[in-house]
Design a protein around this ligand. Structure first.
Ligand SMILES: C[S@@+](CC[C@H](N)C(=O)[O-])C[C@H]1O[C@@H](n2cnc3c(N)ncnc32)[C@H](O)[C@@H]1O
Length: 285
């Protein structure tokens, strides 16, 4: 696969962006995130992507990503690692499902020797991931859209407890798809926890959506199909979808107090900026 190159759809290709952010940050001075696997993978991908005619792939091979994007993605990955570690501190043999995992190596960063960990992504991403990761009795790869139901029965073979993560994923799905997925997770895995990143629906309305699209296309070189399709307006919005859904907490990049955010930290004081793109953590009863 690697000799002849590979081709990912626009949404799947966003996984390469977060992978390269991890690798760049890992190699930096005082890294926010230590992810040696991302360095290993990008070292193999670099020559392949540098031969690509695709602007995003060429940009990645040159490591020419926006430094603030790198910092944000690293802060987010570290926080999501902590969601897993906190969950495992309570439930050492719990089950973690990383929805839209991309090429991330969270299992290697958080494994406690007892948990089960499922990485789920579109088949084209998992085919690439299989070149670098090996399944074990506790580490599993699922090649499926999260919107296809078959994977639910694979995971529900375990008794739980379950933690579902969706880091940088739900915004690429339609609003109805996200709602029905959350309701199905609640139905199949009562008592589970869901940690997912959301964007503010405010920024998805015309004409503000054009600003977001401009940033994604021009600054980040995302393909035309990698667009944000859904968002919410308040952290507790999903509580209105079912009486059993309860907000536990929310988190914004600014909460990290990370030094590398520099002057951007002042935005934490403004609600409008704090809740542009943030993370919500629910219990699904
Ligand atoms: C921005 S990347 C994030 C990857 C990873 N979570 C991370 O933070 O490094 C978005 C990921 O969502 C995946 N994705 C998008 N739609 C999906 C779907 N319907 N089912 C499964 N995965 C999906 C993409 O393939 C991609 O890997």
């Amino acid at each position: 696969m690697m000799e002849e190159g590979f081709s990912l759809g626009d949404v799947a290709a966003t996984a390469l962006v977060t992978l390269y952010c991890h690798a760049i940050e890992t190699r930096s001075e005082s890294p926010i995130l230590s992810d040696p696997k991302s360095v290993e993978i990008t070292t193999v991908l670099d020559p392949v992507l540098s031969r690509s005619g695709d602007l995003l792939e060429q940009t990645l091979a040159k490591g020419a990503l926006d430094p603030m994007l790198v910092v944000h993605i690293a802060i987010r990955a570290k926080k999501y690692d902590h969601y897993v570690l906190d969950f495992l501190a309570q439930y050492p043999d719990g089950v973690v499902v990383n929805i839209g995992c991309g090429l991330d190596s969270r299992f290697l960063r958080t494994d406690n020797g007892a948990m089960h960990f499922y990485d789920l992504d579109l088949p084209e991403v998992i085919a690439l991931k299989k070149l670098f990761f090996t399944e074990t009795g506790r580490y599993h790869l699922i090649a499926s859209s999260v919107l296809d139901d078959a994977w639910l029965s694979v995971v529900s073979a375990h008794s739980g407890p379950f933690l579902f993560l969706a880091e940088g994923v739900f915004m690429y799905l339609g609003s109805e798809a996200v709602k029905s997925l959350v309701l199905r997770l609640r139905e199949h895995f009562p008592g589970s926890e869901l940690v997912c990143e959301v964007v503010n629906a405010f920024w998805l309305k015309k004409p503000l959506n054009k600003l977001v699209e401009y940033k994604m296309r021009r600054r980040l070189h995302f393909g035309k199909d990698a667009v944000f399709r859904s968002g919410i307006s308040r952290s507790d919005e999903m509580e209105g979808w079912h009486p059993g859904i309860r907000l536990l907490d929310d988190w914004s990049y600014f909460d990290s107090g990370e030094k590398k955010l520099g002057w951007l930290k002042i935005f934490s004081r403004f609600r409008l900026f704090r809740y542009v793109q943030w993370t919500v953590h629910y219990r699904l009863e």
